[in-house]
Design a protein around this ligand. Structure first.
Ligand code: CS2
Ligand code: MG
Length: 412
């Protein structure tokens, strides 16, 4: 079975998505997600100019060989654009293989290791009353684990707070914080670490007092702290027994996690902006993290992320795959199949997509009693409605960036 057609479909129902659509000489179609939030067109160009021409005529069954060919023949290795493009191809080939075998992809990966995937959602609120309402809203939707993000006194804007406008735009049915904002330039947000470090422990004390000790709570520091500040935050949150504290410090310097680990037992999750196993090598080998945050979409696809997670499993590290709205339903389905099959599954992030996105991507996964399941349709179980997709052309959008009070650019 050979590839005869490859199209890069860009659509922007609720946000921009990049989908690779591959077709074989037997009429089987495979889908892959190549969405890179704020840099989507870079992946589109990489795919259209440098990958699609190499795919036509290739044996669709040779997934590993195609992965190695695309990774090694490019010469310039790694990086978010390259690995998102390879991920789109890899995921589409797994979709095709499942359809050809008339099996869901998780069966090709070794079958189910659990009944379903524990998922967490994004509760948020500038102040405690709004935050508590958001937690209750997410509990009512069935979430059994919840990420908590709040405003910080003195800061005008901050990461992770679902605006009422977002809520109303989605007719109040489903909302979470979509960080990318449409426009020709990225928006500037403000930041102050000392205010944040003073405030966050008070928030979790209030949440534990209101919701009790059982509810698994997560928090995302979003790369903004130095290692010693991250250590301080982890230690100050120990009384509130977090499920995980995420992206506490920029982790290009993997050794930074050694200092954090020395000071706190709060579980650490890192890696949503990583894109190959090499980004993790030291922090996995030295057990400096507890959860691998990568998404299939940003880490070279199912083939490579499974290798990362198999490596992590040797060090008792689990998956915590990245699942915000900028992972498309195709990418989310791919990680549900992977998460169902691997033994060291931890938790799946699940920010629900908007209504328009659900019309463009016809999905077959289930969400019940706090558990996700990819379903048993052959392949990934997602269909791309090209007619719906064509209704929503690309709209330039950027993630915000941070400046400190003195004007210095800071990690966002
Ligand atoms: C966040 C994301 O979901 C998360 O953990 O870090 O919202 C992140 O900000 C976006 O995915 C960036 O595109
Ligand atoms: Mg994050």
């Amino acid at each position: 079975m050979h590839l005869v057609k490859a199209d890069v479909v860009v659509t922007s129902p609720d946000r921009n998505f990049v989908t690779l659509r591959l077709e074989t000489d037997e009429g089987i179609v495979g889908l892959g997600d190549g969405t890179l939030n704020g840099r989507e067109l870079a992946v589109v160009a990489y795919l259209q100019e440098h990958v699609v021409p190499l795919l036509i005529g290739r044996d669709a069954a040779r997934i590993e060989d195609t992965w190695q060919f695309l990774y090694r023949s490019a010469y310039w290795r790694r990086g978010p654009v390259t690995m998102a493009a390879i991920a789109a191809v890899d995921t589409a080939l797994w979709d095709i293989k499942g359809k050809a075998a008339e099996m869901p992809v998780y069966q090709l990966l070794g079958g189910a290791s659990r009944n379903g995937l524990l998922a967490y959602g994004h509760a948020s609120g500038k102040e405690l009353p709004e935050l508590f309402d958001s937690i209750r809203e997410h509990q009512a939707q069935g979430y059994k684990a919840i990420r908590v993000q709040t405003g910080v006194p003195g800061l005008k804007s901050i990461y992770g707070i679902a605006s009422n406008a977002t809520y109303e735009a989605n007719e109040g049915v489903r909302y979470d914080h979509e960080p990318a904002q449409r426009g020709d330039l990225p928006n500037e947000e403000d930041w102050d670490t000392r205010s944040y470090l003073r405030h966050v422990p008070t928030v979790f004390e209030a949440v534990r007092n209101e919701f009790g000790p059982e509810l698994p709570l997560l928090h995302d520091a979003h790369h903004r702290l130095t290692p010693i500040q991250a250590a301080k935050l982890g230690k100050s949150l120990e009384p509130y027994d977090l499920f995980w504290l995420e992206d506490v410090t920029p982790a290009e310097n993997q050794e930074a996690l050694r200092l954090v680990r020395q000071h706190t037992t709060t579980p650490l999750a890192i890696g949503e902006i990583f894109n190959t196993v090499w980004d993790y090598q030291l922090i996995i080998r030295e057990q400096l993290i507890d959860y691998v945050r990568s998404a299939v979409t940003h880490t070279g696809g199912i083939t490579h992320l499974k290798k990362v997670l198999d490596y992590a499993s040797q060090y008792q590290i689990k998956s915590g795959m990245h699942g915000p709205t900028d992972i498309s339903p195709v990418g989310l389905a791919a990680q549900m199949h992977l998460g169902l099959a691997i033994h060291n599954f931890g938790i799946q992030e699940y920010m629900q997509h908007g209504e328009r996105t659900d019309q463009v991507f016809e999905q077959s996964f289930t969400w019940q009693d706090g558990l996700l399941h990819p379903g048993d349709k052959p392949g990934l179980g997602v269909d791309l409605n090209l007619e719906e997709a064509a209704k929503y052309p690309y709209q330039r959008a950027y993630l915000p960036f941070n400046r400190l009070a003195d004007g210095t650019v800071h990690d966002w």
